[in-house]
Design a protein around this ligand. Sequence first.
Ligand code: SAM
Length: 441
Amino acid sequence: MIQISLLSPSAKADSLAYQLAYAAQAVAAVRAGHALPQALAQIFARSDAPAPARGAIQDLSYRAMRRLGLTDALLSLLANKPPQPDVLHGLLVSALALLVEDDEAGYDSFTVVNQAVEAAAISPEMSFAKGVVNAILRRFLREKATLMPQATKTPPGTWNYPTWWIDRLKAAYPEQWQAILHAGNQAPPLTLRVNRRRTSVTEYLAELQQAGIGARQVGPYAVRLDQPTPVQQIPGFAAGLVSVQDAAAQLAAPLLDVADGMRVLDACAAPGGKTGHLLELADLDLLALDHDSRRLQRIAENLERLHLRASLVTGDARQDDWWDGQPFDRILADVPCTASGIVRRHPDIRWLRRKTDTAQLATLSAQILDKLWQMLRPNGKLLLVTCSLWPQESEQQAIAFAQKHNAIRLPAPGQLLPTADAEADADHDGLFYALFQKPGA
Ligand SMILES: C[S@@+](CC[C@H](N)C(=O)[O-])C[C@H]1O[C@@H](n2cnc3c(N)ncnc32)[C@H](O)[C@@H]1O
C-alpha cells in the first residue's frame, strides 16, 4: 500500500513547491519498494493535481531517479544523519536533482530552495522540517564547488546506479559499460510505429510536418519525434495510425515472418505492443496470453484503437490449462525480465532491483520457454525476447534452451545495447532477440 498525504488546501498546483511536495512522495514510495509509475498513478488518483502539474511532478520525480546516486552522496555529506521520514529524503533529493544541474530545469537556485522550504511547509509530515530543508539546501549552494567533487568520488555518485549494477555491467561489457550507463541516464525519445495497414512512413512524416511536428525515420516503420509529445496531441494516434513503441521493440514482430492464416501465440503479451504489430503485418489467428488480467485489459484497449482482433486469455505460460492442444505456427515469448535494458524509460528500476532478481527471473522464463516449446508445431518458430542486458536472462538462457531442446537457432539480432544519440538513426532501448526453429517431425 502506497502512503499518499494530501497537501495543505492553500497549496497552489502551479507552484514548484506543490510539485516538489508530491514528487517527494513519489520518490519516497520508490524507497519503500514501489514502482514509480504506480506511485505517480496513486498520487494523481488521490490528489486533484491538474494535467500540467502532473507532468511537472512526473518530470521532477523521474529526474530525481536519474540523479539519486549523486544526490544521496551529497546528502551524506550535508546531513549529520539520514533525513527522516522518507518523504523528507524524497524532497531533498528532488530539490538537489534540480540544483546539481545549473541550467537544465530552468529554475534559478534560490527559487528552488525557497520552493523546497515551502514544499515542506505544505506537507503534513514535513512541516516540522522547514528549517532543516533550508539549512541543507543553502549549505549545498554555498559549498557546491567543494561538495560536488567529493560526492562523485564513488561509482554511484558518478554514474547514478547502485555499485552492484555498475560492477555487473563492467564484467559483461568491458568496452561499452560507460556508454551503456550514460545512455540509461538520458531522457528517452518518443518513437512511434507506423501502422502499415493504414498509412506509410512517408505519408505519416508528411502529416507530422503539416502539423508542425519535427520527426525522422529511425527504423523500417519507426518514426522518432524531435520532442516527446502527449499521445493525445499526436496526429492519428487515437485513430490507430501509429502506436508508441521503441525502435528496438519494433524488430520483434517482423522476425517471426508471419503470414496470413497462421496460428500465433503471443505468450507474455500485455500491454500488447508487439501483439498489435503482429496483427498489422498479417491476418492471424492470434492468442494473446498474460497472467495479469488487469494488464490484459490494456491489450484490449490497444487493439480497439488499432481496429485489430485477437483472442485474449488470462493464464500462466508455465502451465497449459488454457491451451486447446492445437499447435502454434509461431510463438512470441517476450518473457518477464529485470528490464535492465530499458532504464532510461524506467529510471526507478535500477534502485528497485536486487542482485538476486536476475537468477529468479531467468528460472521463471526458462520454465515458460520449456512449456511453450511443447506447443510449437514442427518447423514452427519461437522468438525469445527480453529487455535485459544481463547475459543470464538472455544469451546464456538462449544457449541453454537450444541445447536442452535441440532447437535450431536462426539469425536474430542477439543483444542490442541501448543507444542514446539524438542525432543518430539508431536510438533504441537494450533488447535481446533469439529465434529458434523446431526440427521437422
Ligand atoms: C515484457 S512484458 C511483455 C510486453 C509485451 N510483449 C509488449 O510488447 O507490450 C512481460 C509480460 O509477461 C507477463 N507475465 C509474467 N509472468 C507470466 C507468466 N507466468 N505467464 C504469462 N504471462 C506472464 C507480465 O504480466 C508482463 O505483462
